[in-house]
Design a protein around this ligand. Sequence first.
Ligand SMILES: NCc1[nH]cc(CCC(=O)O)c1CC(=O)O
Length: 308
Amino acid sequence: MNTIKLGTRGSKLALWQAYYIKDTLEKGGLSVEIVIIETKGDLILDRSLSKIGSKGVFTEELEEKLRSGEIDIAQHSAKDLQSDLADDLELIAFTEREKVNDVLVSLDKSLSLESGQPFVVGTSSTRRIAMLKHFYPHIQTVDMRGNLQTRMRKLEEGVCDALLLAYAGVHRMGYLEHVTELITTQKFIPAVGQGSVAIECAASLDPVKKARIRELCNHQETEQQLLTERAYLRKLQGGCSIPVFGLAVQENNQLSITGGIVSLDGSKILKETLTGENPEALGLELAGKILSLGGDKILAEIKSQLNN
Ligand SMILES: NCc1[nH]cc(CCC(=O)O)c1CC(=O)O
C-alpha cells in the first residue's frame, strides 16, 4: 500500500493526535506522511467560537483536501466534529476513548469547585460556562480562547485562577501535574465525543485502505458510544457552540446514554438516561425525549441569544 497522507491541524494537541494515529498505522505496517493544514478556527483567535458561528471551523479546510485527494485521511478530536457529515465523507474509525471528564487546572493546588471558595475560571465553552453557573454559581468565568499552550500561558499570567479543560487534552499535552480536581460526570457530563480521536476520509477512498485503517485504529466500544452520542447531537442540531452534553457507556452488554441540554445562564437543565441496543436509534430516542420535555424551548432560546 502506498504512503497514507494524514491531514491534521498544526496545534500541539492536533499533532500529538496525528502522531498517535501515525504510530498506530505504522505498527500495522503502513507508512504515513503527516500533512499540516491550517483551519479558520486556528486563525480566528479574537472571537469566541460561538460567535464565529459557522459550523466546522476546525474541519472545513481538511475536508476540502480529503475531497481533492491531497490527503487520504484526516484526524480530528471527535468532539470538534460536526454531527452531520456530508454524504461524500465518512468517519472510519474512533480511537479508544480516554477518561471523559473535565478537569480543573490551576497553579494553586488547593483550588477546587467543590470547596465552595470563589475564584475565576477561564473557559469559552458555552457548555462549561452554563454548567458552572448551574452547579457552582460562586465561580466567575472569563473568556479564554486559543490553543492549550496559550491558555496555560494566560493562567500563568494570572488572567484567571484556573482553567476548565478536557482531561484528554491535558493528558496529551503533558499538563496532568497541574490538575487540581477531576470533575465528576454526575455533574459535568462531557461534550459529545470528548476523549476520542476520529478518522475521516472521502467516501471514494480505496476500500482496501479504508478497511485496513479502520482495522488498526477503530475501538469498537468507543465507536458504539460515539455513534449514540452523535445521533443525539445531530437530532438536536447542536454545533459545538450549543451547551448540549451526552455520554454513552456500556454496562453488562447494555448501551446507555445520559444526556441533555442546559440554558446559557444555567437556570434550566434537562438530563435523561436511556438504555437500548442500537446506537443510532438510542441517540435519536434521547433527543426526542429531551426535545419533548422542553429542550425545544431551551434550544430556541439559546439560538436567539447566540445570534445577538
Ligand atoms: N474544544 C477544543 C478541544 N477539542 C478537543 C479537546 C480535548 C481533547 C478531547 O476531548 O478529545 C479540546 C480542549 C478542551 O476542550 O479542553
